[in-house]
Design a protein around this ligand. Structure first.
Ligand SMILES: Cc1cc2nc3c(=O)[nH]c(=O)nc-3n(C[C@H](O)[C@H](O)[C@H](O)COP(=O)(O)OP(=O)(O)OC[C@H]3O[C@@H](n4cnc5c(N)ncnc54)[C@H](O)[C@@H]3O)c2cc1C
Length: 546
């Protein structure tokens, strides 16, 4: 970058620089300190790197030294050169101390081969040796212990959007905030690869910016799939591939629980296991390739029956209609209720979202609550980063709740220890978790342990209250379907068709259920995908008779 208030000089410097460096570098020219600072801030937000800045000393409004001082706040790694007239060399020498100047060049700099290029060559070499690599991807600046900051990281990670995380307390985080004109009171700030700064963005804001669809393109479909976990994605792939106009609606990010799994070992066709993120990414691309519309960050809040149409309403009040609906809303993590845990959620206490936080646990002691496979997988994954992982299990052993292969894996990892008959009695910390009270359920004794990280995997419940009074659900909220609806040979109340409900059909004809949200389902990725496919087959059967 070169800055000079005299347009003739500014053009001449830029021309000389371009001639020698134009094939490897972009030369930016500005005619005032203010304009140059504006350009630097934009480049900072876009994640571009600045190697060398040449500034004229005598400029109105802002001198070259004042400019370089501020430029240093934005790009501390850029090498700084002051262009001075002979009479100003004293000031230039003083500036070496003020702005840590790398060099001063006397005007005129002709011939550049002798006076300009050797200086800039040396500065470029020095700059290349230093580690100031550009970061063109999405950047998040937030607090380590902020619930919304970790939600945003989780959201981007689950949608396979690469990002780099900066703490607002670190110098580079502060530089980015300053470049974005943000004061740091409202965090997180997300900077898109184009350099747009989003302050405290909502999930739909983020989805829109990272290229995920959030609004339906039509008002009527053959099939609406609610929920984008394995069951919903399976239904969308089969529905669209078999020619149904299909839309999938997902509340947060596609993948569901499986998307949070570090390694699914038992899914057919992946003998070495597959991460939930990979499986989700492939499934989503497959659904899109077949022409299914996939909407994210759209929560469905009601289902209505309007003649032969089934109406699905979103939380913003808008709605879409279809001939048929497949509900694949899965289950959500149950929360621990011990005192102190609620306010620390996202501030050291996490439900399931171990994957995005794993790197932050490096060298630290981690506690995991739960004795099922999800807790076991998380323990294995986190043990690669953490100093120690303690699995807190209520029962006397893992044998009743965890697969044999995982128990063996855990036994072979020195960093993991299993504490049986253990539960969290309380959590302590103001800004973030710093200790836990653990209770031994066999003896009733308690102990306080230092802990900054607690991951909870204690089973899950279906969130189906929005279907209350519409569909038959069991006493835990799971949706009842097919033969399970007939009690003592009787068809469900309000059922007017002269046939019985199809296998995965709910108490409303044309509305099907698949995956974990179905009563008595298997709670496995493979069975969820299988039910999604089977539900589509039954959708066809329903449509044929419509
Ligand atoms: C950490 C972990 C590891 C696991 N590992 C394995 C494994 O190794 N092998 C295995 O077979 N199984 C495993 N499971 C279980 C497996 O992931 C689930 O059985 C499977 O994901 C169920 O799929 P689903 O589509 O029915 O529901 P879910 O995966 O729960 O997906 C439901 C989706 O619906 C969305 N949704 C909910 N309500 C709404 C609404 N109102 N509007 C819009 N969208 C909504 C949710 O956001 C979610 O994305 C694991 C589970 C976890 C949590």
């Amino acid at each position: 970058m070169t800055v000079d208030d005299d347009p003739g000089v500014s053009r001449a410097v830029a021309r000389d620089l371009r001639r020698r460096y134009g094939d490897r570098h972009r030369i930016i020219r500005a005619e005032s300190g203010e304009a140059a600072l504006g350009a630097l801030r934009e480049m900072k937000l876009r994640g571009e790197a600045v190697a060398v800045i040449l500034a004229d000393y005598r400029m109105p409004q802002m001198s070259g030294i004042e400019f370089l001082e501020q430029a240093m706040d934005v790009y501390p790694g850029a090498r700084r050169v002051l262009l001075t007239a002979y009479a100003d060399t004293g000031a230039a020498i003083d500036a070496i101390n003020i702005v840590d100047l790398d060099h001063y060049l006397l005007k005129p700099w002709d011939p550049p081969e002798e006076k300009l290029y050797p200086v800039v060559d040396a500065l470029l070499d020095a700059w290349l040796e230093a580690d100031y690599r550009p970061v063109p991807e999405t950047k998040i600046i937030g607090h380590r212990w902020s619930a919304r900051s970790s939600e945003v990281r989780e959201f981007l990670a689950r949608n396979q959007v690469p990002y780099r995380w900066y703490s607002a307390d670190e110098p580079e985080g502060q530089r980015l905030l300053a470049a974005a004109g943000a004061d740091g009171d409202c965090l997180p700030v997300v900077i898109t690869p184009d350099g747009e700064a989003l302050v405290e963005p909502s999930d739909p804001d983020l989805a829109g910016r990272v290229g995920l669809a959030t609004t339906p393109s039509e008002s009527f479909y053959d099939l609406i799939v609610v929920g984008g976990g394995p069951a919903g994605l399976g239904a969308a792939v089969y529905g669209a591939s078999e020619g149904l106009r299909t839309v999938l609606v997902e509340r947060t990010a596609t993948g569901g629980q499986a998307g949070q799994s570090s390694r699914i070992e038992n899914y057919l066709g992946f003998p070495d296991g597959v991460s939930g993120a990979q499986l989700t990414d492939r499934a989503r691309r497959q659904a899109a390739r077949f022409g299914a519309e996939v909407l994210t960050t759209r929560e469905v809040v009601s289902l209505e029956v309007n003649g032969s149409a089934r109406t699905v309403r979103f939380s913003d009040g808008t709605a879409i209609d279809a001939h048929t609906v497949i509900i694949a809303t899965g289950v959500s993590y149950r929360q621990l209720t011990a005192p102190g845990l609620m306010p620390l959620t996202g501030r050291g206490v996490f439900y399931g979202s171990s994957l995005t936080e794993a790197a932050s646990c490096k060298g630290q002691d981690v506690y995991i609550v739960g004795g099922a496979n999800s807790a076991g997988q998380a323990a294995v994954y986190l043990s690669r980063h953490a100093r120690s992982v303690t699995l807190l299990v209520r029962g006397g052993s893992l044998r009743q709740s965890m697969s044999h292969y995982l128990i063996q894996q855990i036994a072979g990892i020195g960093e993991i220890s299993v504490r049986t008959h253990a539960e969290v009695a309380a959590a302590h910390g103001t800004d973030h978790l710093n200790s836990l009270t653990l209770r031994d359920t066999a003896t009733g004794t308690t102990e306080i342990v230092d802990a900054e990280w607690l991951f909870v995997f204690i089973g899950a419940a279906p969130l189906t209250d929005w279907l209350d009074g519409v569909l038959v659900r069991d006493d835990r909220g799971f949706i009842v379907a097919g033969p399970d609806l007939s009690v003592g040979g009787e068809r469900p109340r309000g059922w007017r068709l002269d046939r019985a409900p199809y296998h995965l059909e709910t108490s409303v004809p044309g509305v099907f259920v698949a995956g974990d949200v179905r009563a008595e389902s298997a709670k496995r990725v493979a069975s969820a995908v299988g039910e999604g496919a089977m539900a589509v087959m039954l959708v066809h059967r329903y449509l044929e008779k419509l």
